[in-house]
Design a protein around this ligand. Structure first.
Ligand code: P6P
Length: 342
């Protein structure tokens, strides 16, 4: 095996990609790596420690809070606050923006939005879960970060990534110069470059959707599911249905193998289920940098300007050809608003 390159070495090496960079982003990404290692340790022994199960609380999303959710949230907030490179943090677990008020951080130029532990309903059944993060330059001029710092379109992201706590723990991120994956080697406590320059196949053979919601899907989505199930040798159909129910795990599999993940509007989630700011946008940045596509069905996800911190958005993300097929079928079979209003 060739010379191992650690996340730290890689980040510093790539620092040159950034004009005027004085190492702040380098430090920020390293801070995230540290928190990921701490969360990895707890996730991997959750069954032993008393951090499985629910806290008895319900979060702002109305979801039962898992002890590991809270633990992960605290670790990432602590690592980012101590690091001094971000002036505010937005988290799925917190209704409001968390301002980092220490003397160093209020002059920091970055803000970080994160889902500290996505898919946490899978923790108790030992299914892969993940952390998703998105980094912006602040738009506010000084002082503590503000809500407006987070309501930027995804095209303004400086960096985005995820950590997947699975059969191994990996950190995958982009700073706009491609996508690179690092696997944690617990024996040395370092993330090591294992997946350089990740690219998603233009056409995949996997579709990932919760078909339990079929009756409530828009007609274009129903047509796409039937398209995937048709026999057609030329396009390798029927495709395989794979749905883990943990967005980071489904996304990561599709990034490596090719495929498309769909979370359309449903009766339970009339605006979609995934959150624009700290789930859809970071995953969209990664997939575009890997040659794929991310859409809300009619628009490029990263061009949607968020109007609120926790707003939800339909998400169709993965291999370019498959996302474009979904957009084509949605356009062809969408009910014009006027007609739908009758
Ligand atoms: P459903 C996990 O709760 C999550 O937010 C994503 O990680 C996952 O893709 C989705 O919800 C699963 O939702 O409605 O199919 O169970």
């Amino acid at each position: 095996m060739g010379q191992v390159k650690t996340l730290g070495e890689f980040i510093v090496e790539k620092q040159a990609d950034f004009q005027y960079s004085k190492g702040e982003l380098t430090r920020l990404l390293s801070d995230i790596g540290i928190a990921a290692k701490i969360v990895h340790r707890e996730v991997n022994k959750a069954g032993l420690a008393d951090i499985l199960g629910e806290t008895g609380d319900v979060n702002i999303q109305g979801e039962n809070v898992k002890k590991l959710d809270i633990y992960a949230n605290k670790q990432f907030i602590a690592a980012l606050s101590v690091g001094g490179e971000c002036c505010a943090i937005a988290s799925e677990e917190n209704e409001e923006v968390i301002t980092v008020d220490n003397s160093v951080s209020t002059s920091a130029k970055y803000v970080v939005a994160l889902d500290p532990l996505d898919g946490s309903s899978n923790i108790d059944v030992n299914v892969s879960i993940g952390t998703i993060f998105s980094i912006y330059r602040r738009t506010s001029l000084s002082g503590p970060g503000t809500l407006e710092d987070f309501l930027q379109p995804g095209t303004e992201q400086v960096a985005a990534g995820y950590v997947i706590y699975g059969s191994s723990t990996m950190m995958v991120y982009t700073t706009g110069k491609g996508v690179n994956g690092f696997t944690l080697d617990p024996s040395i406590g370092e993330f090591c470059l294992s997946h350089p320059n990740m690219q998603i196949p233009k056409q995949g053979k996997i579709y990932s959707i919760n078909e339990g919601n079929y009756v409530h899907f828009p007609d274009g989505v129903k047509k796409f599911i039937k398209y995937c199930q048709e026999e057609d040798a030329a396009t390798g159909r029927p495709f395989s249905s794979r749905y883990i129910g943990s967005a980071v795990a489904d996304f990561h599999r599709n990034l490596i193998k090719g495929g498309v993940f769909l979370y359309p509007t449903t009766s339970a989630s009339p605006k979609g289920k995934l959150r624009l700011v700290y789930e859809c946008n970071p995953l969209a940045f990664i997939i575009e940098q890997a040659g794929g596509k991310a859409s809300n069905g009619s628009k490029r996800i990263m061009e949607v300007t968020p109007t609120s911190l926790h707003q939800r958005m339909p998400l169709f993300i993965g291999s370019r050809d498959m996302v474009e097929k979904i957009e084509e079928l949605l356009a062809k079979h969408s009910i014009p608003a006027a007609k739908a209003a009758k």
